[in-house]
Design a protein around this ligand. Structure first.
Ligand code: COA
Length: 187
């Protein structure tokens, strides 16, 4: 899976990405609401190695893509597609951007490309995101690409030794089709 947009290329994580991946994923602002947080560069190296072993659309796995600034080939973020094992044709999405590239519409551009791939390329039925209700940037992003709030689970996740709420945003294939025909461009 390689996707290109106006400013971005989404492709595989490379071994040489480990230090950059570590730097932004270990940043407290980026990792605050995330389940995975590397403590050392070696954790990022192991993460990339594990990604190489995963093929897209394998039930029960996260398929991880690099988000690169296409003009310079620089790694600026990553997006994960979780092919849920016990929910037919459902994909969970997760996205992280290096702080220097946030609030510039880049996550929106990347996510629209991924939604196009998942719905138009893989013909999935439902896409969802699980987000901490305090993660305003993420909620704004998911709402901005056309996902709607489906559920709010109170204190359903254990994060850093504390109970955290979990909010689910989702979109169905037919909603994507209606939404993207109304959109002048998908990014
Ligand atoms: C979630 C994340 C990828 C969003 O990236 P982003 O750079 O804000 O995305 P975009 O620039 O495409 O902006 C999307 C919208 O959110 C808005 N936004 C950005 N930061 C915001 C904030 N702190 N509070 C409220 N809205 C915000 C933008 O203005 C934009 O709104 P608009 O379309 O009305 O202009 C980024 O904040 C991030 O990497 N966070 C850390 C990792 C993380 O928590 N990931 C989610 C795990 S589920």
């Amino acid at each position: 899976m390689q996707l290109t947009t106006t400013r971005l290329r989404l492709d595989g994580l490379r071994r040489e990405d480990a230090e950059v991946l570590f730097r932004y994923r270990a940043d407290p602002e980026v990792s605050r609401y995330q389940g995975w947080r590397p403590a050392f560069v070696d954790d990022a190296r192991r993460f990339i190695e594990a990604c190489h072993a995963v093929a897209p659309d394998t039930p029960g796995t996260w398929f991880q893509r690099a988000i690169r600034w296409s003009r310079t080939d620089e790694l600026i973020g990553d997006v994960g597609l979780h092919f849920v094992a016990d929910a037919e044709a459902a994909v969970e999405l997760g996205i992280s951007l290096s702080p220097a590239y946030q609030k510039r519409g880049i996550a929106t551009e990347a996510l629209n490309a991924v939604l196009g791939f998942v719905f138009d390329g893989l013909h999935k039925h439902r896409v969802f995101g699980s987000v901490d209700p305090r993660n305003h940037a993420s909620i704004k992003l998911l709402e901005g690409v056309g996902m709607r709030k489906e559920a709010h689970f109170r204190e359903s996740l254990r994060m850093d030794g504390e109970w955290a709420d979990d909010v689910i945003y989702a979109m169905l294939d037919r909603e994507w089709q209606a939404c993207c025909t109304a959109k002048p461009h998908r990014g």
